[in-house]
Design a protein around this ligand. Structure first.
Ligand code: NAG
Ligand code: NAG
Length: 505
């Protein structure tokens, strides 16, 4: 028999625990591994109480205690002015408090406080990543799973503090606090605003600013997130523990919806080259200028089709935005951890069950496609899904990998029997990746050239070309023209003058 309970340790944080009980008495003492699920939803939606976070299948299959948590979202969780008035990241502090509470109390629910894994999908995965770089959380868990989101996901963190502050004041104006001229006034005014009105204002802000469809996200506040995660990973300032990290093949199709809104209803989406370049310029998370846009095109365009004016670039955009937003961040984190000698399990989820109909039709193996198999939607009567035998078997294998990792830090050890396919860790060199389909297989180094492009080459290009001022650009262009066109012409003139013998000087 399974039991679940909802608890509210303090304020808005709530916790749902699912665990085994025999004859109504919960299992005590021995201590089962704990699996904490931090829900996704773009830091604006979702809930640990959603059907997708129903832990019944997981606790039935393996002896773990499953806990789903809640935290403040949207403006309540992430409005930030870049100063102590509203430092932001309240939602992450809520998660931190939940982790602390679970660590201190899970033994009373049959859990082992020395065997805790935090797991998250999307914004939940980004959150797990933030706990891995936030010292305040390190003592509360022992392993981390980041699915389709981690601390390097560009959608999950606003690196530009001024932008976050401008956004906060924009939300303020939309909520009727347009008179506020400083953070203190803004905070005082917003505290009087009706909560529904504040939610509407934050969502309207997302529609007005196109760089990130998510209304409000975590920021570098100097306290919870102390610096750019790229720097913290490079400096090895992260929790030294085993991780699992990965993403789906077309994770970025969700992001493509904001860039190609007009294509959402189309069964055969299409983008010509000019539109493609425009979307690369406006709807990537990187700094762009002509050089950068052109080098992204250079990397992704299939040049043998370039002369055909009907060539469709729509799927190229999905490919590159998946790489930028999901695939390359997964690689980045996997490398940082593997190079510190930690166990890393890296996956790439590529399976779409036959007959899947999605909206839009071009969603592909999109964001969230794998979730139904991680928690096994089939056990939940409120979700009307009937797994085929193949899906059920696939789901069991997936749950084994996840819960084995949660138990032992090794995705292959902990279940009886072991998963049918042995998932080898990601190492550098080696770069092993598990292709998650019903026919599990190893695909070492998958998309390595694109990882190198986004994680290494493009960064250098941004550093070099973004620092040049417009004046310097113009000067360089002038200089090049002078050197290449004017100078040879001048030389030629001079030569002709000399050759003419008309040397009267
Ligand atoms: C799933 O199976 C049940 C019982 O076999 C049936 O009542 C239900 O309609 C099925 N749902 C779908 C979506 O096929
Ligand atoms: C966690 O639990 C698993 C399964 O009960 C066990 O094999 C493992 O040794 C435990 N790990 C720690 C660190 O206690």
């Amino acid at each position: 028999m399974r039991t679940s309970c909802h608890l509210r340790p303090r304020g808005v944080v709530s916790i749902k625990i699912v665990f085994f009980s025999f004859f109504g008495i919960s299992v005590q003492g021995s201590g089962y591994p704990v699996f904490i699920d931090i829900h996704g939803g773009g830091f604006v939606g979702g809930s640990g109480n959603d059907a997708s976070h129903d832990g019944r299948a997981i606790v039935s299959l393996s002896d773990v205690v499953y806990v789903a948590i809640n935290y403040r979202l949207g403006a309540f969780g992430f409005l930030a002015t870049g100063d102590p008035e509203m430092p932001g990241n309240y939602g992450l502090w809520d998660q931190n408090l939940a982790l602390k509470w679970i660590n201190e109390n899970i033994a009373y629910f049959g859990g082992d406080p020395n065997n805790i894994t935090i797991m998250g999908y999307s914004a939940g995965g980004a959150s797990v990543g933030f706990h891995l770089i936030a010292k305040q959380s390190w003592n509360f868990f022992h392993r981390g799973i980041m699915s389709s989101g981690n601390m390097m996901s560009p959608f999950g963190l606003e690196l530009d503090t001024q932008k976050a502050r401008d956004d906060a004041f924009l939300v303020g104006r939309l909520a009727g606090c347009g008179d506020a001229t400083n953070s203190q006034q803004l905070r005082a005014c917003l505290r009087q605003v009706d909560e529904e009105k504040l939610i509407l204002a934050a969502n309207a802000k997302a529609l007005l600013t196109t760089t990130n469809v998510i209304p409000l996200v975590p920021v570098i506040d100097g306290e919870f997130i102390t610096d750019n995660p790229r720097y913290l990973l490079q400096q090895k300032q992260f929790k030294m523990c085993d991780i699992m990290v990965g993403n789906t093949k077309d994770d970025g199709s969700l992001v493509a919806m904001r860039a190609y809104i007009g294509q959402i209803p189309r069964i055969k989406p299409y983008s010509d080259y000019e539109t493609f370049l425009d979307r690369v310029r406006r709807f990537t998370y990187t700094y762009t200028n002509d050089i950068i846009v052109n080098s992204i095109a250079q990397q992704y365009v299939d040049w043998k089709d370039f002369d055909d004016p009907t060539t469709n670039y729509f799927y190229k955009y999905i490919e590159l935005i998946t790489d930028e937003t999901f695939h390359c961040p997964s690689e980045h984190v996997a490398r940082a951890y593997a190079m510190s000698g930690l166990s890393v399990y890296r996956y790439y989820y590529t399976w779409l069950k036959p007959g899947t109909v999605s909206i839009p039709t071009w969603y592909g193996v999109g964001h969230g496609t794998d979730v139904q198999y991680i928690t096994n939607y089939d056990v939940n009567p409120s979700i009307n899904t009937n797994f085929t035998e193949e899906e059920m078997e696939f789901s069991v294998q997936m749950m084994k990998y996840y819960t084995n990792f949660a138990k032992t830090g090794n995705a292959n050890i902990g279940s009886d029997p072991a998963p049918t396919f042995t998932w080898e860790p990601f190492t550098v060199p080696g770069l092993n990746i598990l292709d998650q389909t019903p026919n599990f297989r190893a695909i070492p180094g998958a998309r390595a050239e694109f990882n190198a492009f986004w994680n290494d080459y493009l960064l250098q290009l941004v550093t070099f070309s973004a620092e040049m001022s417009e004046v310097e650009h113009q000067w360089r262009e002038e200089f090049n023209r002078w050197k290449n066109d004017d100078l040879p012409a001048w030389r030629q003139d001079f030569q002709e003058y000399q050759d003419s013998g008309d040397c009267t000087i």
